[in-house]
Write a protein that binds this ligand. Structure first.
Ligand SMILES: C[S@@+](CC[C@H](N)C(=O)[O-])C[C@H]1O[C@@H](n2cnc3c(N)ncnc32)[C@H](O)[C@@H]1O
Length: 233
């Protein structure tokens, strides 16, 4: 299944411009990211939209397609229905998503990805879309430190490592972590090192080569990478 290949998104990949609601053009890579997530949803899943955003659409899509949906974010508005409704109005999406089932079918929590309030082995899938690059992590930012991670980690903030460790903890044995992130803001060698250190593995083939037709954000010359991880058997 192509969806299991961890690689850069390419301009000829399938896209969606209507994912629960019409996706704004400024979401340059989300057309591809959201379309790709559809390959993983299962009606029997208990899943987490990790760093969901306040009204970003994946949580609503999952609510329509999965058994049980949790969403979390550091943004305190995630914990307030009036704040969520106000943002729906701001984004002019209230006619699509201001519906009771999107509140009752999604259990939202304000928390950090580095300290998740869920039990061990709870989720079938953990989705984390376009967020890793926003986490504070000195080792990602300064590759020169990477060979010393084991020694320096107790002293330097390493939120990407702590986040993936938490995803692993809350994931069922046969669960999957579905990730997208901006490149080069995430250092691929560092990510691979963390995956290995945490005894995670890529679910299918991996291609780190940046293709000529990679999806590119016009403003900042960014590309978008997708990865599917599981626990090592
Ligand atoms: C670019 S948005 C991505 C939102 C959403 N995942 C999507 O589909 O686009 C990044 C989100 O990460 C959240 N965030 C950043 N650092 C976080 C952390 N340490 N723990 C939880 N959420 C965090 C921000 O509040 C923001 O909502």
């Amino acid at each position: 299944m192509d969806a299991l290949v961890s690689r850069f998104f390419r301009v000829d990949d399938p896209q969606t411009h209507d994912f629960v609601y019409p996706i704004p053009d400024t979401f340059w890579s989300r057309f591809y990211e959201y379309e790709w997530t559809k390959a993983f949803t299962d009606p029997n899943d208990t899943c987490l939209d990790a760093a969901s955003g306040v009204v970003h659409p994946l949580q609503f899509y999952l609510a329509d397609h999965c058994k049980s949906v949790y969403a979390c974010d550091l943004d305190p508005r995630v914990g307030s229905r009036p704040a969520i409704e106000a943002m729906m109005r701001d984004w002019k999406i209230d006619m699509f998503v201001n519906q009771d089932r999107y509140f009752s079918n999604v259990q939202r929590t304000v928390c950090s990805l580095t300290n998740l309030p869920y039990a061990d082995a709870f989720f079938d899938k953990v989705y984390c879309i376009s967020t890793l690059e926003h986490l504070r992590d000195r080792f990602n930012r300064y590759p020169v430190l990477q060979r010393l991670t084991r020694y320096l980690r107790p002293f330097l903030r390493s939120d990407i490592f702590d986040t993936l460790a938490e995803f692993k903890r809350v994931l069922k044995t046969d669960g999957m972590i579905i990730l997208t992130f901006d490149y080069p803001r995430i250092n691929l060698a560092y990510l691979t090192r963390i995956v290995d250190e945490l005894c995670l593995v890529f679910c299918g083939p991996v291609d780190f080569q940046l293709p000529p037709n990679a999806v590119t954000g016009s403003a900042r010359n960014l590309n978008c990478f997708r990865a599917v991880l599981r626990k090592r058997a």
